[in-house]
Design a binder for this molecule. Sequence first.
Ligand code: F0G
Length: 368
Amino acid sequence: MADTTPRIPSRQWRGVLTEYADRLGITEATPVVTLGEGGTPLIPAPALSARTGAKVYVKFEGMNPTGSFKDRGMTMAISKAVEHGAKAVICASTGNTSASAAAYATHAGITAAVLVPEGKIAMGKLSQAIAHNAQLIQVQGNFDDCLDLARDLAENYPVHLVNSVNPDRIAGQKTAAYEVVEVLQDAPDFHLLPVGNAGNYTAYSRGYTEELERGVTTKLPRMFGFQAEGSAPIVLGHPVAHPETVASAIRIGNPASWELALAAREATDGYFGAISDDDILAAHRILSAEVGVFVEPASAIGVAGLLQRSEAGVIPAGATVVITVTGHGLKDPQWALRSEDGSEVKPTVVPVDSAEIAGVLGLVRATS
Ligand code: F0G
């Protein structure tokens, strides 16, 4: 039969498994399942630099194919699952992992079962999982319950677990650190990001450590991870039975990569901090209205963390800071329609009349 596989022009970004094949141990034996993930922009954020005196960049992971950083790990996890003959994968999720697993599994022609906490994931993510044909199951419990169930099912039934307890996920996700180093030509002084299961915190630390060992960077960044106040087990030092926060992506009370994250904090002179929901939403507004980057609430927590740590005097003037903003705002857009005082934003309605619009906009007619 004729080979009908479309070929990719060489100058298009080919996804992290092909771009970093040698560093991820990808060989001919691995059927690469990709949607073109990775290669996301590192965007200078002058508005954040002006507020802090640091050189601030945001790594916009919402630009991945399903709108979050999860795609970097999922291309690896699904490719390896297929290599090992898996016909079905399973994961627990606060939303983004389920969207990503669903998309990559369906692309590979295998099935994905996803367990999500009932009523607790954003509409965009729920829609993605369903659109991509996942078997979506809402569990009457929280994320931590879902992860326990997914682990149990993967152990006792023929389904392959693709949560970040699967080391292939972390391996794929560490490529984001390679990309930062490629652009900056060194590691930043600080790297800030949200923490849920702490898989991504672990992945970046690993990526940066490899870069230092390869001799392409001069240092490790200090890794600063942030949890929402109502679900901050690592900050508190104990699991949280009933985690709560507006940042539904990181509503996690018992992080899977807790121990690895503590080791990474130790190795990088890092830090874990807690941020209030109000400060998360304020940072969300700053990112949207001053930087021009639209994210979901959880993804804004690194920016809130920057402002908090800067105020505490921890971020010196001129320091290079990278903040990973993990997921796209279109997944959970309702927050943009809430003003600071909590009231709903209502766009002005006008008749079909340019003079009326000019009045609303405060425009004065040009004199010729
Ligand atoms: N940001 C977003 C947008 C997320 O979806 C997640 C995790 C995190 C940050 C935290 O990353 O768990 O590696 O510390 N979301 C998972 C999910 C739990 O199911 O989509 P982490």
